[in-house]
Ligand binder design. Structure first.
Ligand code: ZN
Length: 389
């Protein structure tokens, strides 16, 4: 059934259960500051229209009266999340709780918009064979406007491509597009390490270095999101040079290509990421040297983020996240160098950096577009919406 709560109050109740359920009515009333009678009426309506169900198996007996929690039906809605790279369309199908139920990849023979849209439509067709898809979300490295058009994506050679509209026309399914870091942040905020937290930041390590921040419950974003502005943050005056001539900037110290370039030069042969990590774990001197200086640089960047935006914790993700795991001591040293000893300890959380996790982020963009009904009410935002789009 469609996600159509009767009004803003019903929408708040449904979203609270989606994000934090299962929840007992008394707990829901407390969280949303509603009178018990109001909540009883709204929850009865939401159960009637099939958006919420009672979960008697989770009932707790308090003072003799059973309290039956309310929950959403996770399998009532499915979303397709697409991550675009220069040579592949990666796709994950998630349920209403952003749980991945299917994942596959399709090769991309060209980055022409028509070809990319055709491959996304093929992915939607394949996913739709097993799951009724309610909305499609696409994440990519680039600047994406609120209406899902790609202002610029250098890795695809795109300027001003109305991607979401083209995909929607090709598939007949509502489509949304966002910068991939925005998608990552939304997934963390709604269903990941940031769930239930109003202030946290994240750094992603991969082909580039990404930074995102949720402050007071909202993702900080503007028209420059997607440019990758933290990429050339200075970290080490003695570090290697980036292609813009900075010595020891984030891009030259922390990206997977930069680290692989350095280790491959040191060993005079090509080394891939998996082998680099193995060499570090085995104590190979050149690899541990690079991991230590990059780890310390990562610590300095984490400390800078913590000092500047005061998050409750800093999430580190992306396909290069294992750098933080294999150089944990150097990361700690880098943080300590840049952090006033009187300040609280910086809490760091590592998360998966797989392609599947990027696709899951894109699926959450679809899920949010769908449940917040972003197309229909572009100027109106329910209380729990978390980003300006
Ligand atoms: Zn640089």
């Amino acid at each position: 059934m469609p996600w159509k709560p009767a009004d803003d109050l019903a929408q708040s109740v449904a979203l609270e259960v989606l994000l934090h359920g299962p929840l007992a009515r008394v707990e829901l009333a407390r969280r949303l500051d509603l009178a018990p009678a109001t909540l009883t009426r709204i929850s009865a309506e939401l159960i009637d229209v099939g958006l919420l169900v009672e979960t008697p198996q989770l009932a707790e007996r308090r003072a003799g009266r059973p309290s039956i929690p309310l929950d959403v039906v996770a399998e009532a809605h499915y979303f397709l999340g697409i991550k675009l790279t220069g040579d592949a369309v990666m796709a994950a199908v998630t349920n209403l709780r952003a749980g991945v139920v299917n994942y596959f990849e399709l090769a991309l023979s060209s980055t022409e918009p028509e070809t990319v849209v055709e491959r996304i439509a093929a992915a939607a067709g394949r996913a739709g064979g097993s799951y009724p898809i309610d909305a499609i979300g696409i994440g990519l490295g680039g600047v994406v406007a609120g209406d899902g058009s790609v202002s610029s994506a250098p890795f695809l050679g795109w300027t001003d491509v109305p991607l979401a509209r083209l995909v929607q026309q090709a598939t007949g399914i509502p489509a949304f597009a966002a910068n991939d870091l925005t998608a990552f942040m939304e997934a963390q905020h709604w269903f990941g390490l940031g769930a239930g937290h109003d202030n946290f930041a994240a750094l992603t390590l991969g082909v580039g270095v990404g930074f995102g921040c949720v402050a007071n419950g909202r993702l900080l974003a503007n028209d420059d999101s997607g440019v990758g502005l933290v990429g050339h943050w200075p970290l080490d005056p003695l570090g290697p040079m980036c292609n813009r001539g900075h010595r020891g900037c984030a891009e030259s110290m922390l990206t997977v290509p930069a680290i692989l370039r350095d280790i491959s030069t040191a060993l005079d042969r090509p080394v891939d990421w998996t082998e680099f990590l193995s060499l570090v774990r085995a104590g190979q001197p050149a690899a541990t040297g690079i991991a230590t200086s990059s780890g310390r640089a990562l610590g300095r960047l984490i400390a800078a983020v913590a000092n500047l935006v005061a998050p409750s914790f800093v999430v580190v993700g992306g396909e290069g996240v294992d750098l933080a795991a294999v150089s944990a001591r150097a990361v700690d040293e880098g943080i300590r160098e840049q952090r006033d000893p009187r300040a609280s300890t910086v809490k760091v959380e590592l998360t998966s950096g797989t392609n599947e996790s990027w696709c899951r982020g894109a699926a959450v963009i679809a899920l949010q577009g769908y449940v917040l009904d972003r197309r229909r009410v572009a100027s109106h935002r329910p209380a729990l919406s978390s980003i300006d789009t």
